[in-house]
Ligand binder design. Structure first.
Ligand code: PLP
Length: 229
């Protein structure tokens, strides 16, 4: 068993290699270490190895770990990447640096409402179901383009880009990542502030090379860093 810090070295090197292959600079891709189901002690280990961006998927678990003695007060940037119910937004709105998984206009509205109540502006991404699998969350590409104007007008949130979870097959995943990149371009063309639309959150342990090739700016990697869940 490798340690978390050894795994981080390997993953960072693989990300850099993927960037070189794709003709991109490694600085263009941010690593989010997905720590869901893993204990605060391992997150602390990742933090001490220089990892500041962490991804969590479950509200209750996230709140418990973020306030645990091992992690409380550290300048960790928490990314919320799991399915988010509207009634849970109030618990996390002032504790996350970005919400990656907004999959409904109503959830974005609630995020904006809760952010405004705390005088905050919260960054978020819209999750897109690029595979068409019915088991996955996210707006369809058509829904995204049809409802974009309603997302743009929300006052206390900044739409920074798009997120997707791809099919298990890496060849299909590559096509889905390209689709997400294309959708971001289409969104930019109609956005009042296209300069805010810079992020493509895509790629996990099994498919980050394909995601980086297709333009990922954030990869969300759990298993390759913290081991199997
Ligand atoms: C769990 C999870 C990941 C990390 O997946 P790994 O295959 O363990 O790297 C990435 N994104 C989301 C949305 C997740 O829920």
């Amino acid at each position: 068993m490798k340690t978390v810090s050894e795994n981080l070295v390997t993953v960072r090197r693989e990300i850099a290699d993927s960037c070189l292959k794709a003709g991109r600079s490694p600085e263009e891709v941010r690593l989010i270490a997905v720590s869901k189901t893993k204990p605060a002690s391992l997150i602390r280990e990742a933090y001490e190895a220089g990892q500041i961006d962490m991804g969590e998927s479950y509200v209750q678990e996230f709140l418990e770990k973020a306030s645990s003695p091992e992690l409380h007060g550290l300048p960790i940037r928490w990314h919320f990447i799991g399915h988010l119910q509207s009634n849970k937004i109030k618990y996390i709105v002032d504790k996350v640096c970005m919400v990656h998984s907004i999959d409904k206009l109503s959830t974005a509205r609630e995020l904006s409402r809760r952010a405004a109540a705390k005088n905050l502006t919260v960054s978020y991404l819209i999750e897109v179901n690029t595979s068409g699998e019915t088991s996955k969350f996210g707006l369809s590409p058509v829904e995204l383009l049809d409802s974009a104007a309603s997302f743009f007008e929300l006052p206390a949130v900044t739409l920074c880009g798009l997120m997707t979870i791809a099919s298990p097959d890496t060849a299909r995943a590559h096509e889905e990542f390209r689709l997400l990149e294309n959708l971001l371009e289409q969104l930019r063309a109609v956005a009042p502030h296209p300069e805010h639309l810079t992020e493509l959150s895509m790629g996990m342990s099994g498919d980050f090379e394909e995601a980086i090739d297709a333009g990922a700016t954030m990869v969300r990697i759990g298993t390759a860093i913290f081991g199997h869940r």
